[in-house]
Design a protein around this ligand. Structure first.
Ligand SMILES: Cc1ncc(COP(=O)(O)O)c(C=O)c1O
Length: 470
């Protein structure tokens, strides 16, 4: 028998209590899904306790590389070589000078990896979130200082919270932001729509724009934006004083990134997405671009990012970035091959149990490692025709938990009390609530094997079929 659970629908406020089946058949309720949150009850999902990975045997297959990556051997080796470099890089005695030397080496590696003009363009940070805050708040303030009329910030409706939340707080600094909708088919920014948006949507005209911030690649759908073209349009329409920032957290190590070629003013680097330590990152600032500090303290990092630099972590990050960029062809070939094999085998295995999956967004323009999809079964319905019935991704993840690690979290932000919210990228490509709840984000890595993905596909298909039969 199919068990039931309750789904409370809110449209700004609670408007309805509706019952959906465990497998979320497509229903009129789902049509309300674009701006709703729902509270999934019913057979309670067992909350998993934190536990050391050593207690899990055999190790699960990890297919969640867009969430984070392990530390690469190259980064670890470089870090171990500087483990006894403990001086303060600002000190002028030999201990300090040694720390400064190693920090300079790291800065040069990041410069080379990004193809930046000079090490002066690199500011070390604690990761993607901090880099985005610094770029958007500090960059926009820098523009406004010279051009008080430039009070608008342009972004998209699919940014990571590390950008979207910053924008909300910019209004306190008397900035206003405008969000450009991405293509509902691909999840990408279309250059023509972008140009028209800049020309027509900004009160007072495009010369009032201080900064444009558009992510390089989306963390959920994997959609990659044509950044070079978007920079060109920005400068042409809004003028050279308008800055262009891109959050390259998901792009680095997966697509080529050359800051000089792209002509971006600001680019955020997030270490833990390319096999560097967590809590590591950088902000690229083009020569001549003024960025205000957003935290206050001493004059580290040219006064833009106060706080004693972390030589150990910056060394690991810089080495990992250099290695990721140097070997990008080899790594992305493996990511793509394994992602595509996963796609193929998952289709085959699901077909054996009369099921299938649908891709959210457009895999043709996605990062080489990303598959965002929802598993479903067609249930014959003599009245309405066949119903598309999605499998709850949360339940599927619970069921495969110790065997395959994937993500549903980005699609549905599950909070402690079980609330689920359709994510902005899924809304942007017209994914309704039932499909969003059924959405899995699967992302492969540089060392994922064909055997891994084939096994993972079989486990997912078998588990989905079992869930259906329960
Ligand atoms: C696109 C994007 N931007 C920013 C971040 C935040 O980076 P961090 O975790 O280093 O603060 C992430 C991490 O998930 C991301 O995917």
């Amino acid at each position: 028998m199919i068990s039931h659970y309750c789904c409370r629908i809110r449209l700004g406020f609670a408007i309805s209590i509706a019952r959906l089946s465990l497998f979320l058949p497509f229903s009129p309720v789902a049509l309300l899904s674009t701006s709703i949150m729902c509270n999934v009850e019913g057979p309670p999902l067992k909350k998993r306790k934190p536990q050391p990975l050593t207690d899990v045997d055999p190790l699960p297959i990890y297919l969640d590389y867009n969430a984070t990556t392990p530390l690469c051997a190259e980064a670890w080796s470089a870090m171990s070589k500087v483990h006894d470099v403990w001086g303060n890089p600002s000190s002028t005695h030999p201990y300090g000078l040694s720390a400064k030397y190693h920090l300079d080496v790291a800065r040069q590696l990041v410069t080379d990896a990004l193809k930046a003009a000079s090490p002066d363009c690199i500011i070390f940070t604690s990761g993607g979130t901090e880099s985005n805050n610094l770029a958007i708040v500090g960059g926009a303030k820098g523009v406004r200082e010279a051009h008080p009329e430039r009070k608008y910030i342009i972004s998209t409706n699919v940014e990571h919270p590390a950008v979207a939340e910053v924008l909300k707080h910019m209004t306190e600094g008397k900035f206003e932001f405008l969000l450009l909708p991405v293509s509902s088919v691909t999840g990408m920014v279309e250059p023509k729509s972008f140009q028209s948006f800049l020309e027509n949507a900004v009160p007072g005209g495009p010369q009032n724009v201080a900064l444009v911030t558009i992510m390089f690649a989306n963390n959920e759908l994997g959609s990659v934006n044509p950044i070079k073209e978007l920079v060109r349009i920005t400068k042409e329409v809004c003028g050279k004083a308008c800055l262009f920032h891109t959050d390259a957290a998901q792009a680095l190590g997966k697509v080529p990134v050359n800051v000089e070629e792209l002509q971006v003013d600001l680019l955020s680097v997030c270490g833990h997405k390319f096999y560097a330590p967590k809590g590591s990152g950088a902000l690229y600032i083009k020569k001549g671009v003024k960025v205000h500090n957003v935290t206050y303290g001493a004059g580290h990092e040219k006064g833009i990012r106060p706080g004693t630099e972390n030589v150990l972590v910056s060394t690991g990050m810089a080495t990992a970035l250099y290695f990721a960029v140097e070997s990008i062809d080899r790594f992305t070939t493996n990511m793509r091959n394994t992602r595509d094999e996963l796609f193929k085998v998952l289709k085959e295995e699901l077909a054996k149990v009369n099921m299938d999956f649908v891709v959210n967004g457009d895999i043709a323009v996605a990062l080489p490692n990303t598959l965002n999809c929802a598993v479903f079964k067609m249930i014959p319905n003599h009245v309405t025709g066949d119903d598309v019935t999605y499998i709850s991704a949360q339940r599927l993840l619970m069921a495969v938990g110790d065997k395959v690690c994937m993500s549903a979290g980005s699609a549905c932000h599950s909070t402690t009390d079980g609330e689920i919210e359709v994510s902005a990228p899924l809304k942007a490509v017209n994914v309704d609530l039932t499909r969003a709840i059924g959405t899995l984000r699967i992302s492969t890595g540089r060392e994922t094997t064909m055997a891994d993905v084939r096994r993972a596909a079989r486990v997912v298909a078998r588990t989905a079929a079992q869930q259906f039969a329960e």
